[in-house]
Design a protein around this ligand. Structure first.
Ligand SMILES: Nc1nc2c(c(=O)[nH]1)N[C@H]1C(S)=C(S)[C@@H](COP(=O)(O)OP(=O)(O)OC[C@H]3O[C@@H](n4cnc5c(=O)[nH]c(N)nc54)[C@H](O)[C@@H]3O)O[C@H]1N2
Ligand SMILES: Nc1nc2c(c(=O)[nH]1)N[C@H]1C(S)=C(S)[C@@H](COP(=O)(O)OP(=O)(O)OC[C@H]3O[C@@H](n4cnc5c(=O)[nH]c(N)nc54)[C@H](O)[C@@H]3O)O[C@H]1N2
Ligand SMILES: [Mo]
Length: 767
């Protein structure tokens, strides 16, 4: 009998064993609320959709590298590893030689997998840096707008986004938690790198049992768990800033704002108040004004404002709110509202950005550094804000704005991706398909035939975590895990490290890339930093072999002393914020100085662009994170597939909207707008606001006609519908969360979904 061995994933620590050709998975025994996403894991071992051998697109193999209309609609030819390595090395040599590193895009955004050494992003960046560098991407799809605006208003993103308020403080002190964008427990199933304990539900229940109240501001009722009783304020998507302004207006009107706090800790409130009260534009942003825009009653807004002023109130703003047109505004306006309440820096009060978006946010900080692979320095300074990928490929040389800089898109010849799925994560997939036809060569390492792999020229089969040894560790998770190999590599899959090492051998960079360490030697080497730091801090720390045998190691955590906001509140002169003024910038001279028409010097209401451009499409579509998987990962797993209806991704529709269109539960429907369309299966639900539908991201994109310029996705990927514009000239963040569509019942023969079936391969034609 095989024994259960420790392992980890972005959605939980677990142990696994492979017995009788089946993978069994058990959650970590100390996890109070394990994630159902663990049920997706067993399929990794034998799914037909795994990539088993290196494969090259026929047109690329038989022709020459170049712009290519057939990319995404061509056949693949399987080749040997020797041939694949030779092809990749030759092409890299050509592109670096002829065009230099500024022609190579290695941004390679994506979540890859848990595991500190075999982390695909770290591996690819290290590999490309050794070759001379690459054009990178900055910021994330998660938080593109917030990462740029928060430093102007509060200080460095990393010190503020997640370090402000702990769950312990909420359980202890919060009286009213107002969650803009909610706090869906399904989102806290995951955390990048791993999560050994899922505590959010128990913590919320704890706070609720002590008497805390919750206000859920969201178009979806289930953005807060049923177990705690929240007041659902079913807002119209994209209108939170208007509602926040309405709340702020009530505070001022009734003298409930904290003038002392504003005077002592902030700058620029007067400029903002002029706007709020309409002194310059003649338009006071009253509760009634807000109500007309956001769909929440003026009396409800007024009542909430009073309660917020009377209670120890915590305002949270979700990532999702800023993954939309003008996404900088709700992040900033949430801070201003919290400043007006004067509770920033008080225990369990104030402001917390993105609390509830990931499972480890709000936990205590670790007192030791995690094992980390050195990626080396990238000598190339060119970059794009991550979600500008299609713009960059389509418009080399064009100018774009970003955070006060005017920049130009580089001319990319070669795209190299490992550990991400742009055909899942990027907006306006029909446009992305056109963009992916532009480079001369696209190389992808993947473990499964995702749509991105199918749009590449050279596809190299990568192992998953369960096929290799690694060290599992994550930010604010005290448990380091010996992630032990559970099965042999599927087919001819290789670890990303070994793939890059072998290609490096062809390019003469093997020693620099590998430092002549085997994977096992790397694990011991990386563990040593953590061990040394622990010893220096006076803690007990085992050597690597002992850790590996024990299977896990518990790191010490820092005491809950509150974040930088608490220190700032206690003594603003001694602990100024790292902003130009040292205070909270309600008005930012710097942002004002950029003179952007879509992000001014203080937060303000801008009507979403999609509302204007897509006005003829009557329904809002919320494209949020899936509860049944992490993004597109393991969409072929049992749990994800168990939620499909007739093989399609479910879309939730309010009963009134369904009735008006003759749609019944389980019907296949077509969602469409000017950018494209997709099929999905209807679930009629009163948990979505009337006028709103919800279709999660992550169903693998499958074109009904891969050769056509405009195609429908027959599986249910919402990014065929979303628009591809940055949040504003300031941050250029992704705006994928919201769009507008029409929906109708599909009549006729429904095309079968085949994306999870085994690929068939072509034979190379003899020259
Ligand atoms: N419309 C809309 N779009 C969105 C969002 C939204 O709200 N709405 N959300 C956005 C957000 S927040 C994010 S973070 C992105 C997520 O976008 P991604 O991070 O790109 O999504 P994943 O599905 O996690 O893709 C990871 C890929 O890496 C592969 N992989 C895993 N481990 C390994 C490995 O060890 N080696 C290699 N070579 N490959 C590996 C997986 O098979 C998978 O295909 O999506 C964004 N897209
Ligand atoms: N199970 C699971 N958990 C995940 C992920 C996953 O793929 N699966 N992805 C992880 C990642 S990478 C990230 S970045 C985080 C993302 O964290 P978020 O971006 O916060 O998560 P979403 O689920 O996209 O959105 C949360 C909710 O915001 C609400 N919402 C959308 N638009 C509006 C609006 O205009 N106003 C208001 N008030 N509410 C709105 C929607 O109802 C939606 O359910 O989640 C993480 N957690
Ligand atoms: Mo994300």
């Amino acid at each position: 009998m095989n024994v259960f061995k420790p392992h980890s994933s972005h959605w939980g620590a677990f142990s696994g064993r492979f017995e009788d050709g089946k993978l069994e998975v058990r959650p970590h025994p100390d996890d109070p609320h394990p994630s159902p996403l663990l049920k997706n894991i067993p399929a990794i071992a034998d799914s037909p959709v795994r990539i088993r051998r290196p494969a090259v697109r026929r047109g690329w193999l038989e022709g020459a590298p170049g712009h290519e209309q057939k990319r995404g609609a061509d056949e693949f030819v399987e080749v040997s590893w020797a041939e694949a390595n030779e092809l990749v090395a030759r092409e890299l040599r050509r592109v670096y030689g002829e065009f230099g590193p500024r022609a190579v895009f290695g941004g390679s955004y994506g979540w890859s997998s848990a595991g500190r050494f075999h982390h695909a992003q770290s591996q690819i960046h290290r590999f490309l840096n050794v070759l001379g560098g690459y054009v990178k991407s900055v910021n994330t799809y998660s938080s593109g707008a917030a990462m740029v605006i928060i430093p102007h208003v509060l200080g460095p993103y990393d010190s503020f986004d997640r370090k402000s308020v702990t769950w312990d403080a909420i359980e202890r002190s919060t009286e009213l938690l107002v969650a803009f964008g909610g706090m869906a427990v399904k989102n806290t199933d995951v955390h990048g790198g791993g999560i050994s304990q899922h505590v959010v539900l128990p913590k919320l229940k704890g706070a609720s049992a002590r008497g805390a109240r919750f206000a859920l501001v969201s178009p979806l009722r289930d953005d807060f768990p049923d177990e705690v009783n929240a007041d659902w304020l079913a807002i119209i998507p994209g209108t939170d800033v208007a509602m926040m302004l309405g709340l702020a207006h009530v505070l001022v009107n009734e003298g409930l704002h904290d003038r002392d706090f504003l005077a002592r800790y902030t700058v620029g409130y007067d400029r903002f108040e002029d706007y709020l009260l309409g002194r310059n534009d003649g338009l006071p942003k009253t509760a009634e004004w807000a109500s007309d825009i956001c769909g929440i009653g003026a009396d409800v807004i007024s009542d909430l404002a009073r309660k917020m002023a009377r209670s120890r109130t915590l305002i949270t703003v979700s990532h999702s709110l800023q993954r939309a047109d003008y996404g900088e505004q709700p992040v900033w306006m949430g801070i201003v509202l919290a400043a007006m309440l004067g509770q920033i820096g008080l225990d369990g009060g104030g402001y917390s950005y993105s609390l509830g978006a990931l499972g480890n946010i709000g936990k205590k900080l670790l007192a030791a550094p995690l094992p980390t692979l050195n990626q080396f320095k990238n000598p190339v300074s060119d970059f794009i804000p991550v979600a500008r990928i299609a713009d960059m490929l389509l418009h080399p040389g064009d100018k774009f704005h970003y955070n006060g800089q005017a920049l130009h898109y580089p001319d990319i010849r070669l795209v190299y991706w490992a550990g991400g799925n742009p055909f899942h994560h990027h907006q306006d997939i029909n446009r992305l398909r056109r963009a992916f036809k532009r480079p001369e060569t696209i190389i992808v390492h993947e473990s499964a035939w995702t749509s991105t792999a199918r749009h590449a020229d050279i596809v190299l089969p990568a192992t998953t975590t369960i096929e290799r040894d690694d060290i599992g560790a994550a930010d604010r998770d005290p448990l380091i895990i010996a992630m032990k190999k559970l099965i042999e590599p599927v087919g001819q899959a290789r670890d990303d490290y070994d793939i890059f090492a072998e290609i490096s051998r062809h390019l003469g960079t093997f020693d620099a890339f590998t430092e002549n360490r085997t994977s096992r030697e790397w694990l011991a080497f990386l563990f040593e930093t953590t061990r040394t730091a622990l010893c220096a801090g006076g803690h007990d720390a085992p050597d690597f072999e002992t850790f590996w045998q024990n299977g896990e190691l518990r790191l010490p955590v820092k005491p809950d002393e509150g974040g930088p906001a608490n220190a700032f509140r206690q003594d603003p002169a001694a602990n100024p914020l790292q902003t130009p003024s040292g205070r909270i910038e309600i008005f930012s001279q710097v942002v004002e100085g950029f003179a952007y028409d879509d992000c001014g010097g203080h937060p303000q209401w801008y009507s979403p662009r999609f509302g204007v451009e897509d006005a003829r499409y009557p329904l809002h579509l919320v494209c949020n994170q899936p509860h049944q998987r992490l993004h597109s990962q393991l969409d072929y797993g049992d749990f994800s597939r168990s939620t499909k209806i007739k093989g399609r991704e479910p879309v939730r529709i309010n009963p009134a909207d369904a009735k008006a269109r003759g749609i019944s539960d389980g019907d296949i429907v077509t969602l469409s707008n000017s950018r494209g369309s997709c099929l999905a299966a209807a679930i009629i639900s009163p948990d979505v606001r009337p006028g709103v539908m919800q279709l999660a991201t992550g169903a693998w994109f499958e074109a009904d006609n891969p050769a056509a310029d405009m195609t429908m996705c027959i599986h249910g990927n919402p990014n065929i519908l979303t628009h591809d514009r940055g949040t504003s000239k300031l941050a250029q963040g992704s705006t994928g969360q919201l769009t507008r569509v029409e929906v109708q019942r599909f009549v006729g023969d429904v095309p079968p979904v085949r994306i999870f079936e085994a690929m068939t391969f072509a034979k190379k034609r003899q020259a």
